[in-house]
Design a protein around this ligand. Structure first.
Ligand code: ZN
Length: 179
């Protein structure tokens, strides 16, 4: 399967990064072809299509139907609990969507983002093996995380933070009503 993919592979951003194909369903990764500085724009997120929530989709807003397919090598950016890039889809105007560096990135480094920064609830929760000291182990999406846990990852999309604040306010109201 991986070999078939590789044979058909045409890089979408050949000057910026490439896909390191490895056998196994979720083992491939995205690797920087050049260095990036903190907060540097890596690429705009273009050429996306709307689609149902799936293992390959990225959430782009608070609504049920706010999921996109990336249709590019960005699909291969893996999750890390200590990410070095952000998928910023907070703009209401899709032309403002972009990927940027959260820390200095060297040529040859794998690019990873924090999946709960876009995903409220993952379509396929998984056990993380990113190896970061701050690793959360089970990644289910923002729904399973506190506001501080989310904010400590460098970047979280605006609608995710709003949903977390609403959820926590509702929980506080409920606990007051019980007491
Ligand atoms: Zn992790």
């Amino acid at each position: 399967m991986a070999r078939d993919l590789e044979r058909a592979y045409i890089p979408s951003h050949p000057k910026l990064f490439y896909v390191n194909f490895k056998p196994g369903e979720f083992n491939s990764g995205l690797v920087a072809r050049k260095g990036f500085a903190t907060n540097e724009l890596i690429t705009r997120i273009e050429g996306t299509t709307r689609g149902p929530k799936a293992y390959s989709s990225v959430q782009c807003g608070p609504g049920e139907d706010d999921h996109i397919e990336l249709n590019s090598d960005l699909l291969y950016a893996n999750h890390s609990c200590d990410p070095n890039i952000a998928f910023d889809l907070s703009s209401r105007d899709p032309s403002g969507w972009h990927v940027r560096a959260l820390k200095p990135i060297a040529t040859g480094e794998e690019l990873s983002f924090f999946y709960p920064s876009t995903e409220w609830e993952m379509s396929q929760p998984f056990v993380c093996q990113c190896g970061a000291l701050s690793c959360l182990r089970e990644i289910r999406g923002a729904i399973a995380l506190g506001e501080d846990e989310l904010r400590s990852r460098g970047y979280v999309n605006s609608w995710i933070l709003e949903a977390v604040v609403q959820r926590d306010a509702q929980a506080a109201r409920n606990s007051r009503n019980v007491a």
